[in-house]
Design a protein around this ligand. Structure first.
Ligand code: PMP
Length: 365
């Protein structure tokens, strides 16, 4: 049967086709309500049921403990770079582990609200590895430590979350998990707060998921906008102001789709399978392609790679488009190529990419 082209965008990114079809079917009349989800009051019983179902499903998928609140917010990952320090820093010390562009931006933005400092950085090696936790410079009394658990541009992912208590720190861990949430289980015993923009593994851009431990809800700076105050948003079930209703609806459909597939463990199994295929093809290309990331730090979701002969880049991308492989161009800040393999990417998509990589190398090698 014919299939849609495979879409390797880093985000906004591919969504499960089943979800797109269901949304199309329900577009004009959601469940006999006579309304599109876009046309519903966020306070009506129809939307409240959509919201509650989305919240319940994602809580179950990620096994989120009952002392964590789940907020559906707006502002994206970069919005959270300001919202987090306004809610959690108390204007004090914020430590950040810099592993790529996204944590670098978090460090810079936190500096507007707090005394923010890099606890460690992999800048010297081009953001291609993870600084060993034992060497992190954690300041006593820090309000929190921020990490980006998957660097979307540099393709660096933490294989496991740092255990700050074991490092002698009492600071809560704050994570930007935008580009790999729902692709692996989360050890909540190590987390204080976690945020994720929706447009990779959750749904359309415009929704930001925030998970925050209840004991951290009460420390916002007075300047924090009310609509971004975690406590107010939590007390109002994410409806302090009008939430991004349509995005929450699609996110809920994606959560249900993940549950039907076998949940987060199955997403993780598939992620490993897809990523292994692609890394193997790059590593065994005889130097035709190269992924520069240290193997232990390689992302399962975002695989940046370079052609040894960069004069072939345009031909590579044009041929890929012709083969039905879309949006493989690398981020402008690093160049080259990038294959993002999110939850909704079928194994056949990763296989089609590998076939194309090998075919292109044969023709141009
Ligand atoms: N953090 C990470 C890890 C990201 O990948 C992105 C987007 N690519 C952002 C933050 C920024 O998200 P937004 O554009 O939604 O603010």
């Amino acid at each position: 049967t014919p299939h849609r082209p495979y879409n390797f965008s880093a985000g906004p990114a591919v969504l499960p086709e089943e979800v797109l079809r269901q949304a199309a079917e329900e577009m004009l009349d959601w469940h006999g309500s006579g309304m599109s989800v876009m046309e519903m009051s966020h306070r009506g019983k129809e939307f409240i049921s959509i919201y509650e179902d989305a919240e319940r499903t994602v809580r179950a998928l990620l096994q989120v403990p009952s002392n964590f609140r789940i907020l559906f917010m707006q502002g994206g990952g970069l919005g959270e770079n300001a919202i987090v320090p306004m809610n959690l820093s108390r204007g004090g010390l914020v430590d950040v582990v810099v592993t790529g562009s996204w944590s670098q931006k978090s460090l810079k933005e936190a500096g507007k609200y707090a005394d923010a400092r890099a606890a460690a950085s992999n800048e010297a090696d081009g953001h291609h590895s993870l600084p060993a936790a034992a060497g992190w410079q954690l300041r006593e009394g820090a309000a929190y430590l921020h990490i980006c658990s998957n660097e979307t541009i540099h393709g660096v992912e933490y294989p496991e979350l740092p255990d700050l208590a074991a490092l002698g720190s009492t600071a809560p861990l704050v994570m930007d998990a935008s580009s790999h949430i729902l692709s692996r289980p989360i050890d909540w015993s190590r987390v204080g707060a976690l945020f994720a923009g929706a447009q990779k593994n959750i749904g359309p851009a415009g929704v930001t998921l925030v998970f925050v431990r209840e004991d951290l809800l009460d420390r916002a700076l007075p300047i924090c906008p009310s609509a971004f105050n975690y406590k107010l948003v939590a007390e109002n079930q994410s409806m302090f102001n009008t939430p991004p209703t349509y995005g929450i609806y699609i996110a809920g459909l994606v959560f249900q789709w993940i549950a039907r597939q076998g949940g987060v463990p199955e997403m993780e199994r598939r992620a490993i399978e897809r990523a292994t295929l692609v890394y193997n093809a790059l590593d065994h290309s005889g130097g035709f392609y190269r992924n520069p990331v240290a193997p232990a730090a390689r992302s399962r979701m975002n695989i940046p790679f370079f052609l040894a002969d960069e004069s072939l880049n345009d031909a590579f991308l044009a041929g890929a488009r012709e083969a039905g492989l879309l949006q493989l161009k690398g981020h402008k800040s690093v160049g080259g190529m990038r294959a993002s393999l999110y939850n909704a990417m079928p194994l056949a998509g990763a296989q089609a990419l590998v076939d194309y990589l090998q075919d292109f190398a044969r023709r141009h090698g």
